[in-house]
Design a protein around this ligand. Structure first.
Ligand SMILES: [Ca+2]
Length: 301
């Protein structure tokens, strides 16, 4: 009962701008009481904060995975099974084990496990899931509600690659294939900061990039609670948002940016260690979890 009372106080505090009508308050009270009962019945629930996400009036849902299936939907996702060191000297091994990626409480969970007693290459397992050859998109709003892992050497990402990349059966090598990083978090740097970036081949065919653009939380870390990460993408520009706040954008009309005017697929992974991630050390805690409540794609119109 105490919890319900507290929730009602919180509800009144957060809704004071909207001045809800009496019947709305009653409905909310019933809803909160129900939620409280569910929470009491399932105290291990990872969905501890409310999802009030709205994509905006101009956006219509065209695809989503809400992760409400019992197991990861193979119509959407591939497991990339990769040995340690293959990408960026990363220390983890990516497996297709349900120890490293699974559904829990209507979330996709990617779990980075430290298997040994020492830190170093091939001492960890994790997962890298992608939609290549199953789902791909050109333009729209690509969004996910996620709670991120943290700590030295931990490098989670929600990102996209061009469908023509040779790594997945295409005819084009990176970076000509294009890469859009919706979010990367470098636990060795700051667990309160995520970075956006985009990679392409410049006019001479060399690796070009937007350059990392950062978003820093005013308080806490991205491991504390769920946040909404969005990419808005059309023929003229790409923009990055956290919880509705745009923090980066890049025009893509230049001839050498044609990479970004074609189909991309989505990736979700948690890397451990390596050239960019830094090194796990005695301050790192394992296992580390990345929770994805949903991934949605909206079309404008
Ligand atoms: Ca969900």
């Amino acid at each position: 009962m105490k919890n319900i009372y507290l929730l009602l106080i919180i509800f009144h505090m957060v809704s004071c701008n909207n001045q809800p009508k009496q019947n709305e308050i009653s409905e909310a009270k019933i809803e909160l009481e129900t939620e409280n009962q569910i929470a009491n019945n399932n105290e291990t629930s990872i969905l501890t904060d409310e999802d009030s996400y709205q994509p905006g009036l101009d956006w219509k849902l065209s695809w989503s995975d809400e992760f409400e299936t019992e197991t990861i939907d193979k119509n959407n996702w591939n497991f990339q099974v990769v040995e340690a060191g293959r990408f960026n000297d990363e220390w983890q091994r990516y497996t297709d084990s349900n120890e490293n990626a699974y559904i829990e409480d209507n979330c996709l969970v990617i779990k980075a496990i430290h298997e040994g007693d020492v830190h170093g290459i091939d001492q960890y397992t994790s997962a890298r899931l992608h939609t290549a050859n199953k789902q791909s998109w050109k333009y729209g709003k690509i969004a996910a509600r996620m709670k991120l892992p943290q700590g030295a050497g931990i490098w989670p990402a929600f990102w996209m690659l061009g469908t023509n990349i040779d790594e997945n059966g295409g005819d084009t090598s990176w970076p000509q294939s294009g890469e859009i990083d919706i979010l990367e978090l470098y636990g060795s740097k700051d667990d309160a900061v995520i970075e956006a970036n985009a990679h392409y081949a410049d006019a001479s065919g060399s690796h070009g990039m937007m350059g990392a653009a950062s978003f820093k939380l005013e308080q806490g870390t991205f491991a504390d609670e769920f946040h909404i990460f969005e990419l808005e993408w059309d023929a003229t520009r790409i923009a990055w948002l956290v919880d509705g706040e745009q923090f980066a954008s890049m025009p893509i009309t230049a001839v050498e940016l044609s990479e970004f005017r074609k189909e991309f697929f989505i990736l979700l992974n948690v890397a451990v260690g390596g050239k960019y991630a830094g090194r796990p050390d005695s301050t790192s805690t394992f296992p580390q979890y990345m929770y994805v409540d949903w991934v949605r794609v909206y079309k404008e119109g």
